[in-house]
Design a protein. Structure first.
Length: 296
């Protein structure tokens, strides 16, 4: 399921945050046709150095600190259409967020807050394939600028630009020994923010997780890792002033998974903590995700 939005590029913020796709069985498309749901909850707290300049809604901000809580409710429909071994699905996500941000513009300190529904995510096509314990899934997410955005604010929960994110996920699962190794590779291609004339560069991101079940039907524990690397410069007047503003971030942390039932419905849950390191040209912090998925 698509992640909530978070920090990168313009405003130190974008439509991806490290760890967003770090989920067990990331490459598995549900085998049975029907309507599935997902609830991804995120708490993220990050800050930049006092000397670090970051473009935010038309201003250059130093010492930016942001903390937010968010959720992303998703619905995915798995069709009974197959072309050979390939299955088809589609989905949509409604995210919400409460954001608190502060920083300095010149000699003046500022703080802003905002909350509500943010940029909707449309997933027009998801393709799934598997053979034995090997699962492969491809998808494209389109982030629409539906969230509120105000030029000059430090706390915009909308981005005011579109992002096109093709991703490919792979999972190797061994149920007999309770092992799952999953990876997700994606690219974010951003359009121009027409209110600031700023275009955030293209981002490459890699998420991976390895988990092992404890006992025959217990929880799974493992390690997750994430990489964000900007592969093209930002463009626009502020981007030129900041030398292209290419950012990067790495994160490694623990991940856990557990399957339980509520009223006969099987629910898959995962909890992961991704602290960032070796961060450049963006705030650095910690992300904590709690996710649930099931079938209607």
């Amino acid at each position: 399921m698509a992640p909530p939005s978070a920090m990168a590029t313009e405003g130190g913020a974008g439509h991806y945050i490290v760890g967003a796709y770090v989920t067990p069985v990331a490459g598995v498309l549900p085998p049975q046709p029907g309507l599935y749901w997902s609830d991804v909850n995120l708490y993220y707290d990050a800050g930049a150095r006092k000397s670090q300049e970051i473009p935010v809604a038309g201003n250059v901000v130093t010492g930016l600190h942001a903390a937010f809580s968010s959720f992303a409710l998703s619905a995915i429909y798995v069709s009974n259409l197959h072309v050979g071994p390939v299955a088809f699905a589609a989905g949509i996500t409604w995210p919400g967020q409460y954001l608190d941000a502060r920083g300095s513009i010149g000699r003046l300190s500022r703080s802003d807050t905002s909350g509500g529904l943010r940029d909707m995510i449309i997933t027009p096509v998801i393709l799934g394939w598997h053979s034995g314990g090997h699962f492969l899934r491809g998808r494209i997410d389109i982030f629409a600028p539906t969230g509120p955005y105000n030029r000059g604010s430090l706390a915009n929960i909308g981005m005011n630009y579109r992002t096109f994110t093709p991703t490919v996920s792979y999972s190797w699962t061994q149920p007999k020994i309770g092992l799952d190794i999953s990876e997700n590779v994606g690219i974010d291609v951003n359009t121009t923010n027409d209110k600031t004339k700023y275009r955030s560069g293209t981002l490459f991101h890699l998420d991976t997780a390895a988990t092992k079940t404890i006992g025959t039907a217990g929880p799974g524990l493992g390690l997750a890792g994430s990489l964000l690397y900007q592969i093209t410069d930002d463009t626009g007047a502020l981007a030129i002033h900041l030398g292209g503003f290419q950012g990067r971030s790495f994160a490694v942390g623990p991940v856990g998974r557990y399957t339980f039932k509520v009223g006969g419905m099987a629910i898959n849950s995962s909890l992961r903590w991704l602290p960032e390191f070796a961060v450049r040209k963006r705030p650095s912090g910690n992300a904590v995700y709690l996710s649930f998925t099931g079938r209607f």
